[in-house]
Design a protein around this ligand. Structure first.
Ligand code: NDP
Length: 284
């Protein structure tokens, strides 16, 4: 079994990005800039956002953090998004999810300019992804693919099973695996005999949000297992959706939690922001 070290992979990609950002600044006279809007004081969201701002500083990009109160109206949030859409100094824009219940998440995602949609959640980017057109690919799914690529295990022709069908992880991961010529099954809470379905997988991607859900009897010996889940346990520590201790010895490669997909997600966000910057600069 080999560990897919998300921290190490992410550190090496960030170093490459740092050089690229410095070269872009010389070429275009300014750095790429990511704007992050956070609403309210959800501790997990605050920690993710801090990680994103820190990563911008590390790769040498500018960032703007816009903190809005939990009580902010949808109208005021949309007005802030419109302002940042129109701001030429901002290349990438994201609104940290989840949002308070009184705000319509879809309306917020729709309001972000497709060109600045570094999360790849805007319907324009989602449609382009499924149509196989150039688009902003969502960060976690792209990070998952980079981690699979890092194993050197060829994806073409392999059976891949993705557990989870959310718009932000499961569905886009499945599409990227399909693009890489895997034969893809998307499993979910209504899948019959989930263990048998999972045992077919040469590549198993798990994104369900249930601590240590995937047990040893759900994994084909020699499979590549990518654990997207982040769950906080009663003792305050984090664990994934895979029972790592039981499953890891069976696998050819597996991601740990923490230190797996999480760090890659933020690194891909940096890379998506650089891509938005380059596209915008080349349009002017
Ligand atoms: P969602 O809650 O949106 O989706 C969960 C999916 O899992 C659903 O499709 C659901 O099926 C499926 N599911 C739930 N329970 C079961 C079950 N018992 N058997 C089979 N399928 C099940 O979650 P997300 O996709 O947003 O996130 C998934 C996990 O990934 C979470 O732990 C989250 O914290 C983590 N995450 C990690 C990121 C990272 O950077 N590492 C980024 C984003 C998320 P159904 O559709 O039938 O309800």
């Amino acid at each position: 079994m080999e560990l897919i070290d998300g921290k190490a992979l992410s550190a090496s990609v960030k170093l490459q990005l740092k050089e690229r950002v410095a070269a872009l600044e010389t070429e275009y006279g300014r750095k790429p800039c990511l704007a992050v809007i956070i609403v309210g004081e959800n501790p997990a969201s605050q920690s993710y956002v801090r990680g994103k701002i820190k990563a911008c500083a590390f790769v040498g990009m500018d960032s703007r953090l816009i903190e809005l109160p939990e009580s902010v109206s949808q109208e005021d949030l949309l007005a802030k998004i419109a302002e940042l859409n129109a701001d030429d100094a901002v290349d990438g824009l994201l609104v940290q999810l989840p949002l308070p219940k009184h705000i319509d998440e879809d309306a917020v995602i729709d309001a972000i300019s497709v060109e600045k949609d570094v999360d790849g959640f805007h319907p324009g980017n989602v449609a382009a992804l499924w149509l196989g057109k150039p688009c902003m690919v969502p960060c976690t799914p792209k990070g998952v693919m980079m981690m699979i690529e890092s194993t050197g295990v060829p994806v073409a022709g392999k059976k891949a099973v993705v557990i989870g069908r959310s718009n932000i992880v499961g569905k886009p991961v499945a599409k990227l695996l399909l693009d890489a010529n895997a034969t893809v099954t998307i499993a979910h809470s209504r899948t019959a005999d989930l263990p048998a379905v999972c045992r077919e997988a040469d590549i198993l991607v798990v994104a369900i949000g249930r601590p240590k859900f995937v047990a040893a009897d759900m994994v084909k010996p020699g499979a590549v297992v990518i654990d997207v889940g982040i769950n906080r346990q009663a003792d305050g520590t984090l664990c994934g959706d895979v029972d790592f201790d039981a499953v890891a010895p069976l696998t050819s490669h597996i991601t740990p939690v923490p230190g797996g997909v999480g760090p890659m997600t933020i690194t891909v966000l940096m890379s998506n922001t650089v891509d938005c910057f380059i596209r915008r600069m080349n349009k002017q």
